[in-house]
Design a binder for this molecule. Sequence first.
Ligand SMILES: Cc1cc2nc3c(=O)[nH]c(=O)nc-3n(C[C@H](O)[C@H](O)[C@H](O)COP(=O)(O)OP(=O)(O)OC[C@H]3O[C@@H](n4cnc5c(N)ncnc54)[C@H](O)[C@@H]3O)c2cc1C
Length: 493
Amino acid sequence: MAKKVVIAGAGLGGLSTALRLAYAGYEVEMLEQHERAGGRLNILQKDGFTFDIGPSFFSMSYEFKELFDSIGEPMPFELNELNPLYTVNIEGRDKVYRIFKDLEKLAQEFSAIEPDFERKAEKYLKRAGEVFHDTEYRIVKKNFNGMLPFLLSMATVPKKHLPKMFRSFWAELERHFESEDVKIIFSLVAFFLGATPFNTPSVYNLLNYTELKHDGYWNVKGGMYKIAEGIISMLEKKGVKIHCNTRVVSVQEQGGKMVSVTDQNGKVWNADLFVINADAASFRGKFLNRSGFTEKKLDKMDWTLAPFTIYLGVKGKMDGIAHHNYFLGNNFRQYADTIFRSTVAPDKPYYYVNVASKSNPECAPEGCENLFILCPVPDRRVKPDWHDADKLADDIIQDLGKRVGFDIQANTISRTIYTPLEWEQMFSLYRGSGLGLAHGMNQIGAFRPANKDEKLNNVYYVGASTHPGTGLPIVVIGSKLITEKITHEHPAV
Ligand SMILES: Cc1cc2nc3c(=O)[nH]c(=O)nc-3n(C[C@H](O)[C@H](O)[C@H](O)COP(=O)(O)OP(=O)(O)OC[C@H]3O[C@@H](n4cnc5c(N)ncnc54)[C@H](O)[C@@H]3O)c2cc1C
C-alpha cells in the first residue's frame, strides 16, 4: 500500500510538494486553515473585482516549467513576460523610469543621469551573474543534512566572491554607478530579503542579475491565482483532497515519529509522513515546543517586512500608470534606515502598485481598474496596533492620485485593507511578516530552520522560512528538495 502523507498548509510550497508526491505514488491529503488553498498566493473577489492578494510577479519562471516537466504534465497556466519589468516614480524627478531588461533601452532611460550606463551595467551584472551561477547548485538547489555539509559546500564557492560577503549591496552599487537614482532602483530588491541595501551583503546583487539579465519577471495570464487553480485541479485528478477551514492545533508524537495531527474540531489525521507548509520556525516553537524556537527566540530572529495592502476597485481608466510600479519618496537612505524599526505608520510611505486590469481586463468590470497597493511596514513586534490603518491608506491613495493625475478617492467603488494583523491571522504569518524569515548570512542554508525535522524522522518542511527560502520560484525549489529527501528516505511503497 502507498504511504500516506498529510500536508499541513496548502500554500504554493504545500501544493507543489503535493503534486510531486502524488505523481511519485504517495497518497496525499492536505489540511488548510484558510477558506481557500494557495496561501499568500490567493485571491479576493469583491464588488465585481478579482484581486490577487499577494504575489504579483516572479523571477526564475523556469522553476515552474521544471515542476510540471518533473511529473510529465503540461503547465496548466500561461506565463507572460513583463516588459517593461516595472516603472519607478521617485518624488521630485521629472520623469518616471521604465525599467527594461534590454540594457540598451534601459541606457536610454538613464541617459541623462548615468553616462555609459550599458557598459557599467554589463560589468556589474556579469559579476552578479557569476555569484548566481556559482551558488545555484552549491547552495540554493542543494539539500543539507547538517552544518558540516553546508559549510563544506560553502567552501566550494569560488573565493573571488568572498569580498562580496563583507561589502554591502549599496557599496557594490557605488563601485559601479554614480547616479543616486540608478543605485536606488537597483537596490529595491534588497528589501525582499528582509534587510536594506545598506546592511545586506552584496552577494545578493545576484537578484539584479535574475531580473535584468537572466530570466526577467513574469506573471500569469488571467491572474496569479491561476497558478494555484492549475495545481489544485491537477491534484483533484490525482485524488488528493484539500480540506480547507481545517487548522492544525496540535500534533501527536510517538517513538521519534509524528503519528497524527489534530484539527480545531478535534478530528485526528493519521499518516506515515507529514509535510509542514506552515512557517517552519514558528511551527517548531508553537507545536513541537522546541527550545530554539520559543517566542522569545523567534522575536530575536530577523524577519522580512510586513505587508500593508490595499485593494481598490476604481471607476474609469487610469492612463498615467503602468502595470507594475514603485512610488518612492526623496529620502531613500533615511527611509531605509527607519522602516524596520519605526513604531508608527510611515509619514510619507513608499509603496508598490499593481494595476492588474492593464493586462487582465477580466479582473475588473468594463471601464474600471483593479489596483493592488503594497506598502511594506514593520512587523507586529515593532508596530502591533493598526487602528490607524485607514489614515495610512488615505495618505497613500491621495499621494498616488496626485502622482498619476487621477482622482482615485472620488472614483473608488471597492476598498479593502489588510494590515499585518489580517495577514497574520489569515495564514499564521509570524508577527505578520510577509515573506517569512529574512535571508541574512546567519539565516540561510544550514542556519535556516531545516527542511527535515531534527527529531521526528517522518516530518519535513517546505515554504518561505525553511531552506532555500522565500518567493514563489524558491518555494517550488524547496518542494523539489524535500521530495528528493522523502522519496529517498521513505519510498512510496
Ligand atoms: C503581499 C505579498 C506580496 C508578495 N509578492 C511576491 C511577489 O510578487 N513575487 C514572489 O515571488 N513572492 C511574493 N511574495 C512571497 C510569496 O507569496 C511567498 O514566498 C510564498 O507564497 C510562500 O509560500 P509558502 O507555501 O511558503 O507559504 P504560504 O503561502 O503562507 O502557505 C502556508 C499555508 O499554510 C497554512 N497554515 C499555516 N498554519 C497552519 C495550520 N496550523 N494548519 C493548517 N494550515 C496552516 C496557511 O494558511 C497557508 O495557506 C509576496 C508575499 C506577500 C505577503
